[in-house]
Design a binder for this molecule. Structure first.
Ligand code: ATP
Ligand code: MG
Length: 220
């Protein structure tokens, strides 16, 4: 009788534990799904490495896809801490970077995405309100992983020194904190040197893997 009761208690306990594990798993999945839909731009939402590799690729697009896939699956093991993906328009930089971001979010890292132009616009909007511009930079400076899209698309004439300083500060802060960053840009290191500064280009040159995506324009 006692044995039977004990068995019943044990069975109930293990059913409760299993339910708890399932609930936790579901909660994590919901949190990840929400994060993905918040961060991945809608036009890239259905893309992954498989859909990229099924495109009519040329140049080094397939090789770049494989390299980004290995970076996404284990940043530390890939040997790259941070990545600058450069190349001409339509080569697949943003698409590859979103596939990478997706994997990193799924792995549970607290990641952020921002289009560089939007970051500048967010900072600019604080000039006419009470909002703290530093808080905006802080959010991206402290994220466990950051995807900064389309760095340097404006001409120097359009970007005040303040924005350039803030961009430098953001990149510098992340390097100091050893937080990985993935940047896409039409500019290579020389272009960043002339549009930003020797300091910013030097930091990226010394600390980022610099990958240049070649091949045809995937939009054509
Ligand atoms: N993972 C993917 N799966 C399927 N199609 C993709 C994927 N990534 C990119 N593409 C296709 O390739 C096109 C160009 O890709 P993408 O926007 O990444 O280019 P880009 O190099 O970032 O260009 P730009 O320099 O203009 O920002 C996309 O509009 C999309 O049609
Ligand atoms: Mg792009």
């Amino acid at each position: 009788m006692v044995k039977q009761t004990l068995r019943l208690i044990k069975a109930r306990q293990s059913a409760a534990d299993e339910q708890f594990e399932r609930d936790m798993g579901n909660a994590t999945n919901i949190a990840i799904e929400r994060r993905l839909s918040c961060l991945i731009a809608p036009q890239y939402a259905d893309f992954d490495f498989a859909t990229f590799q099924n495109l009519d690729l040329s140049g080094n697009q397939m090789g770049m896809s494989k390299q980004m896939q290995s970076y996404a699956s284990d940043i530390e093991l890939s040997g790259y801490h941070s990545v600058l993906l450069s190349g001409q328009p339509g080569r697949g930089k943003t698409g590859l970077a979103f596939c990478t971001l997706r994997e990193i979010i799924i792995s549970g890292k607290r990641a952020e995405y921002v289009l560089w132009r939007d970051l500048i616009a967010q900072v600019q909007s604080t000039y006419s309100t009470d909002e703290d511009s530093q808080a905006i930079i802080e959010k991206y400076a402290s994220a466990e992983f950051l995807f900064l899209d389309d760095l340097g698309l404006m001409t120097k004439a359009n970007v005040s020194d303040d924005y350039l300083d803030r961009t430098e500060y953001l990149i510098e802060r992340r390097l100091l904190a050893k937080l990985p960053t993935m940047i896409t840009s039409n500019l290579d290191i020389n272009g960043l040197w002339s549009q930003f500064s020797e300091r910013l280009a030097g930091r990226i040159n010394d600390n980022y893997a610099r990958l240049i995506v070649t091949g045809k324009d995937l939009r054509k």
